[in-house]
Design a protein around this ligand. Structure first.
Ligand SMILES: CC(C)(COP(=O)(O)OP(=O)(O)OC[C@H]1O[C@@H](n2cnc3c(N)ncnc32)[C@H](O)[C@@H]1OP(=O)(O)O)[C@@H](O)C(=O)NCCC(=O)NCCS
Length: 204
């Protein structure tokens, strides 16, 4: 399961409350076209999308196996956590309706921190869209959700993620053992960036 960043910020209760409110009122249009919160009726499409190993193999914290039932449960859990200001499970659809990608933003309001996981459809991979979409997403997380820290993990052999995260200006902070939903662990590369570091590099 996703874990909060290694760095622990001192967060006053009013800041945590503002983050919860920001998650609840988040305008997904700032992420780009075709975004919506995952709804129960998306479960079958999401199961089909994630069943492609080129999409899902690298992501440790997805609920498996990819069935309509597990997806329904994940969507319901995500909506319950959204109500607490702790998660946004977001789908991007092609104009034709097919799922083009998903993002899962985990938020720890009391830590003023977030994490992003996601994937693009195989047809969209390795053409620069992940890099540009990730930059937009990171900027949006800082601005729209008002957190001060983002932590990220990637599998040690996920070259595209590694390049993309380095290029975005995240700071490498060694490794961490990420725990899968089945309790097994995966050693992951680990990065953080603060809102201050982000704005110094990218503005906003
Ligand atoms: C990871 C992912 C979001 C990256 O998006 P993408 O659109 O495929 O990647 P990009 O084309 O933007 O490329 C990102 C970097 O990898 C490089 N790259 C692209 N394809 C590559 C390949 N096949 N081999 C090595 N490097 C590659 C790019 O040159 C770029 O590096 P640069 O910034 O130094 O030029 C996407 O590949 C994906 O969804 N993968 C499956 C799920 C996944 O791994 N999710 C992330 C878990 S942390």
């Amino acid at each position: 399961m996703s874990a909060p960043p290694k760095t622990v910020l001192d967060v006053p209760p009013e800041e945590a409350a503002a983050i919860v409110a920001a998650v609840l009122s988040a305008d997904l249009d700032g992420l780009g076209a075709g975004r919506s919160l995952a709804r129960p009726e998306d479960a079958a499409d999401l199961a089909a999308f994630l069943s492609d190993p080129r999409v899902s193999d690298a992501i440790y914290d997805l609920p498996r196996p990819f069935t309509v039932a597990t997806m329904r449960a994940w969507i319901a859990e995500s909506e319950a956590l959204r109500q607490e200001g702790r998660r946004l499970l977001i789908l991007t659809r092609e104009p034709t309706g097919e799922i083009a990608g998903y993002s899962c933003v985990s938020v720890w309001p009391e830590r003023s921190a977030a994490e992003l996981a996601g994937a693009l459809s195989a047809a969209r991979q390795s053409a620069g869209q992940g890099g540009s979409g990730a930059l937009q997403s990171f900027g949006w997380i800082f601005k729209a959700l008002k957190v001060r820290l983002i932590g990220l993990t990637a599998a040690v052999d996920n070259v595209r993620s590694e390049k993309l995260i380095d290029a975005a200006g995240f700071v490498r902070m060694g490794t961490r053992d990420a725990v899968r939903p089945d309790g097994t662990t995966r050693t992951s590369l680990y990065w953080e960036v603060t809102a201050e570091q982000w704005r110094a590099r990218w503005g906003g």
